[in-house]
Ligand binder design. Structure first.
Ligand SMILES: N[C@@H](CCC[C@H](N)C(=O)O)C(=O)O
Length: 291
């Protein structure tokens, strides 16, 4: 196998960490799934929750395309914290001078804006709540109404969990817990991630409500395990809490790696876009050789 030498940037958004690769000036097309896994490995690679590739768009109304790989090598549709790091990356590298950048991600275009205080605001689009589009197989599950949404009872080996199913481009199962610090995030989260009700697997969110505008959140991410923060998980948790009638926008989300602010006018229209504001930080740069 030929050796491949790549320039990379290590970044994080509220502790959710990324290897960002410029695919505009480097050929990344030959990299295999095994090599993504090795790059993301904490001991045998650089270490990251996700790898982000910056590429040319394939549609006319975006400046860039960016692709996302989980640390298990699976390619996914969406990454909230990653999108903030993406915009910081293209601006720091001088690849654009626009303050607001439109980027193609899977099947959507995201709009991202850096603010004067170093935060990034992302229009994450409207949440997807139709089970088949998440995708979520609700047939045969117990369900109940709470506020203006339906909750589903997900059977687990150690009891069950009442979840709401929300997609922010990627699937999330959100449950409310009384104390997020003692919640079984790694065990129940790992089981929910692979639950048969979610044919493409799912990110499992554990949400503790502090008051109507403030929550604590931990997420066991599909393909990466528990991360210090999950941007799409924060959006999905706030959508779930608002629909359950327990939260009001805006909501400050405390994760283990930092805070995110989420706004959603879902009481006016379910089609309202979710807005996420949070940090994006460059940690270091380097060169890595893949074999
Ligand atoms: N960390 C991300 C989400 C990354 C993708 C996720 N693990 C999935 O498989 O859907 C975020 O900040 O949203």
């Amino acid at each position: 196998m030929t050796k491949l030498t790549l320039r990379f940037t290590k970044m994080h958004g509220a502790g959710n960490d990324f290897i960002v690769l410029d695919g505009l000036s480097q050929d990344l097309s030959q990299i295999t799934k095994e090599q993504w896994v090795k790059l993301a490995h904490r001991q045998f690679g650089i270490g990251a929750d996700q790898i982000l590739l910056v590429e040319k768009p394939t549609v006319p109304n975006a400046e860039f395309r960016y692709r996302i790989f989980n640390s298990d090598g699976s390619e996914v549709e969406q990454c909230g914290n990653g999108s903030r790091c993406f915009v910081r990356f293209v601006r720091e590298k001088g690849l654009t001078s626009n303050k607001t950048v439109k980027v193609q991600v899977a099947h959507t275009i995201l709009s991202l804006t850096e603010t004067h205080d170093g935060q990034v605001v992302v229009n994450m689009g409207a949440p997807i709540l139709t089970p088949a589009d998440i995708p979520f197989m609700d047939a045969g599950l117990n369900s109940k109404k709470e506020g203006s949404t339906t909750l589903y009872e997900l059977p687990l080996s150690n009891g069950s969990a009442w979840i709401s199913a929300v997609s922010m481009g990627n699937p999330h199962a959100v449950q409310i817990v009384s104390d997020v610090d003692s919640a079984p995030v790694t065990t129940a989260g790992a089981e929910i991630e692979k639950h048969a009700a979610f044919p493409k697997k799912v990110n499992a969110g554990f949400l503790q409500i502090l008051n109507r505008n403030e929550i604590k959140l931990r997420v066991f991410e599909r393909g990466s395990g528990e991360t210090l923060a999950c941007g799409t998980g924060a959006c999905a948790a706030v959508v779930s809490g608002i629909l359950r009638g327990q939260l009001d926008s805006p909501v400050l989300v405390h994760t283990r790696g930092g805070d995110l602010s989420i706004e959603w006018d879902g009481k006016t229209s379910l089609q309202s876009d979710v807005m996420m504001t949070g940090p994006a930080v460059t940690v270091f740069e380097g060169v890595v050789t893949l074999e």
